[in-house]
Design a protein around this ligand. Structure first.
Ligand code: GLU
Length: 313
C-alpha cells in the first residue's frame, strides 16, 4: 500500500505562562484531530516571547500533559525535533529581525514612544484583555515614513490601512475587519526588544509550513492583522479555524487562575479518556461526555460537527 502523501500541517502554540487548562487542551485536541484525520503533521511551538511571564518549567508541564493525553507532536517541543526549528520563539530572534527589516523597507513602520500597548504586544490579544485602539500619537504626518530610528528606547509600530480585510474562517464564516478602527497601528517590536505576538506568529506559521491554524475564538479578529502581515511579507496565508471558548462556571473564558479546570487538578480526579470524552462532547463530536479514546475520535471527527456545536454554543 502506498503511504498517504499529505501536506496538511497544524500546530499548537501555547504560551508557557502557567499549567494548561481545559480550554488549552480543547484547542490542542481539535487541532491534532484535524491534521491527523488528514494524515498530516502536528507541530508544538513554544510561544515564550514574554521573558517575564514564560517559564521553562511550564513548557515541560505542557509537554507532559500533551503526552499524557496521547497528543504526540511530530515536530517542535523543547528538544526542537524537526526541520523548521528552533521551535521556541525565544530562540527565533534573527528570523523576526529579518521579517521586520523586510516590512520596514516598505516605509510602513515608525518608531513609537507610547507604552501600554507596547507592553501588551507579546501577548496574544484575547478579547477579554481589554485592549485599546492606538490613536496614532507617534505616527509621522506622511506615510510611507522616512523618520529615522531615534537613539532612545522606542517600539516599532506598523501603519495600518483604512480598508476592510475580509477572510473566511472554517468555523465562524466570513468576516471583514478594518484595522484602522479595530486596533489602529500595531506594535511589531517592543521598546525592550521583545517581539510582538502578531509578527512572530505570522513568521512562524509561514516558515514552519503551517496550512491550518486552529485556536480559540477570542483570536478570530487577530486574523485580519495577521493576513495584513502575510501580505506585506509575501507569504501564503494558512486556513484559519477558530473554536468556541471553554468557559468557567461564571461564563468567563478560562484563565490560568481557574485552578479546578487546570491539568494539575484534573489529572488527580480524571483519567485521560474522561478528559478526552469531555472535550469531544464539548466539540460536538459525541452525544454525551462519556469517556473516549483518540482512535475513536479520529474516526468520527469532522469540521461539520464542530461548526454545528459552535453555532449552538
Ligand atoms: N500563544 C497563544 C496563546 O497561548 C496562541 C496564539 C495562536 O494560536 O495563534 O494564547
Amino acid at each position: 500500500m502506498m503511504e498517504k502523501v499529505s501536506l496538511a500541517k497544524g500546530r499548537f502554540a501555547p504560551s508557557p505562562t502557567g499549567r494548561m487548562h481545559l480550554g488549552n487542551l480543547f484547542t490542542a485536541l481539535i487541532s491534532w484531530l484535524s491534521v491527523k484525520s488528514e494524515g498530516g503533521k502536528w507541530v508544538l511551538r513554544i510561544e515564550d516571547l514574554d521573558p517575564q511571564r514564560s517559564k521553562r518549567e511550564f513548557s515541560r508541564l505542557i509537554e507532559d500533559d500533551l503526552a499524557w493525553l496521547g497528543l504526540e507532536w511530530d515536530e517542535g517541543g523543547l528538544d526542537d525535533r524537526g526541520p523548521d526549528g528552533p521551535y521556541s520563539q525565544s530562540c527565533r530572534h534573527d528570523i523576526y529581525a529579518e521579517c521586520l527589516k523586510r516590512i520596514s523597507a516598505s516605509g510602513l513602520t515608525y518608531p513609537c514612544v507610547c507604552t501600554r500597548a507596547d507592553i501588551m504586544a507579546t501577548q496574544a490579544p484575547h478579547q477579554s484583555d481589554g485592549r485599546v485602539i492606538y490613536g496614532g500619537r507617534c505616527r509621522p504626518a506622511a506615510m510611507p515614513s522616512t523618520v529615522p530610528e531615534p537613539a532612545t528606547p522606542h517600539s516599532t509600530r506598523l501603519y495600518v490601512p483604512d480598508r476592510e480585510i475580509t477572510f473566511t474562517d472554517r468555523v465562524y464564516g466570513t468576516h471583514s475587519v478594518n484595522l484602522a478602527t479595530h486596533c489602529g497601528d500595531f506594535v511589531l517590536r517592543r521598546a525592550d526588544g521583545a517581539w510582538a505576538y502578531q509578527l512572530a506568529v505570522v513568521a512562524d506559521d509561514a516558515l514552519m509550513g503551517i496550512t491550518e491554524v486552529v485556536r480559540g475564538e477570542d483570536l478570530l479578529l487577530s486574523t485580519a492583522q495577521q493576513l495584513y502581515l502575510y501580505d506585506l511579507l509575501g507569504f501564503k496565508a494558512p486556513e484559519f479555524a477558530h473554536l468556541p471558548l471553554v468557559c468557567n462556571e461564571a461564563g468567563q473564558r478560562l484563565s490560568k487562575r481557574d485552578r479546578s479546570m487546570n491539568m494539575e487538578e484534573l489529572r488527580k480526579t480524571h483519567g485521560r479518556h474522561d478528559i478526552l470524552g469531555l472535550l469531544a462532547h464539548k466539540a460536538g463530536l459525541t452525544d454525551s461526555p462519556r469517556p473516549a479514546g483518540l482512535d475513536e475520535l479520529l474516526e468520527i471527527f469532522t469540521w461539520d460537527k464542530i461548526r454545528s456545536a459552535a453555532a449552538g454554543s
